[in-house]
Ligand binder design. Structure first.
Ligand code: NAD
Ligand code: UDP
Length: 312
């Protein structure tokens, strides 16, 4: 098949391109390189099945494809808050453009939505039936509300125009090729630990997250895309929950670092707890995460150690 991956030069997108190429598909990677990098996709450059299109999805584009994995959107708070208006445009106009393309060429389209649609959740763990607790005017809303509108657009194009859609709500994902300076907790803590710098815990570190290794996530995306008669939304994430303070201690232990833990102010609207209910993924997709956290973190530490050694 000829498959379009928007945001294909990003962290998750580059792993997805790799997996799709490995399965023998032709992959069209579309990216504006806001948070993605050529380094992430350099290994496919010589592959005749791979094609790169530098394009901003807020502008329409006409391509002939069979499937669309729509991932383009900055994902870390530092990046999505850098130009919040652009973030909303990417989710709203970008998703309209991709849905228009899907409608025209009759391609199945999968939206990478997020656990952020649940906001600061008052239901724990979060099932897909929960409508969420999102501050519509806060500093995270450009991302959260943008993704909520993107989900609405997907459902309306489906109901109104019969577009073949899939919606996945991705929970915190980690692994090699996360951007070193994108401010996410996994990359921050590992890089700080490797450099012997202070580990910056925001707030008292009692907030929780549940981290999923990228290979497991990509497997979930591919299963959802292949699943007939099921649109989602479906949660994909690893239900193993940890506090951020425990996570900091784990990274220090894993890296054998001499770093100290220091505390910084908690950003506003930072969700206090997050854990996916993956009953639906288990039953509809026969999916569940397989990579234990220490295995995944080991591979991620190795990746960042390689970058540090290379002096980047
Ligand atoms: P990333 O920032 O590494 O990748 C996003 C990619 O989209 C980048 O390559 C960036 O250059 C590209 N992009 C951004 N705006 C664009 C635009 N207007 N036009 C074209 N390309 C654009 O992030 P990621 O972690 O790989 O996330 C991929 C997707 O998964 C995002 O949609 C994100 O919201 C979603 N997601 C990720 C996580 C996570 O933990 N990583 C969690 C929930 C949801
Ligand atoms: N966090 C932290 N120190 C950091 C970066 C993040 O304590 O250096 C916290 C952050 O406040 C949040 C959690 O770690 O509670 C996860 O942050 P991240 O930005 O990775 O993801 P998100 O908040 O979008 O889930």
């Amino acid at each position: 098949m000829r498959i379009l991956v928007t945001g294909g030069a990003g962290f998750i997108g580059s792993h997805l391109c790799e997996r799709l190429l490995g399965e023998g598909h032709e992959v069209l990677c579309l990216d504006n390189f806001f948070t993605g990098s050529k380094r992430n996709i350099a290994q496919f450059a010589e592959n005749p099945q791979f094609e790169l299109v530098r394009h901003d999805i807020t502008e329409p584009i006409l391509l002939e494809v069979d499937q669309i994995y729509h991932l383009a959107c900055p994902a870390s708070p530092v990046h999505y808050q850098y130009n919040p208006v652009k973030t909303i445009k990417t989710s709203v106009m970008g998703t309209i453009n991709m849905l228009g393309l899907a409608k025209r060429v009759r391609a199945r389209i999968l939206l990478a939505s997020t656990s952020e649609v649940y906001g600061d959740p008052q239901v724990h763990p979060q099932p897909e039936t929960y409508w969420g607790n999102v501050n519509p005017i806060g500093i995270r809303s450009c991302y959260d509300e943008g993704k909520r509108v993107a989900e609405t657009l997907m459902m309306d194009y489906h109901r109104q125009n019969g577009v073949d859609i899939r919606i996945v709500r991705i929970f915190n994902t980690y692994g090699p090729r996360m951007a070193e300076h994108d401010g996410r907790v996994v990359s921050n803590f590992i890089v700080q630990a490797l450099k012997g710098e202070d580990i910056t815990v925001y707030g008292d570190g009692s907030q929780t997250r549940s981290f999923c290794y990228v290979d497991d996530l990509v497997d979930g995306l591919i299963r959802l895309m292949a699943c007939d008669g099921f649109t989602g939304p479906v949660n994909i994430g690893n239900p193993t929950e940890t506090t951020i303070l425990e996570f900091a201690r784990r990274i220090i232990e894993l890296t054998g670092s001499t770093s100290r833990i220091i505390y910084k102010p908690l950003p506003s609207d930072d969700p206090k707890q997050r854990q996916p209910d993956i009953t639906m993924a288990r039953t509809k997709l026969q999916w569940e995460p397989r990579i234990p956290i220490d295995t995944g973190l080991g591979r991620t530490v190795e990746y960042f150690a390689g970058l540090t050694a290379a002096g980047s």
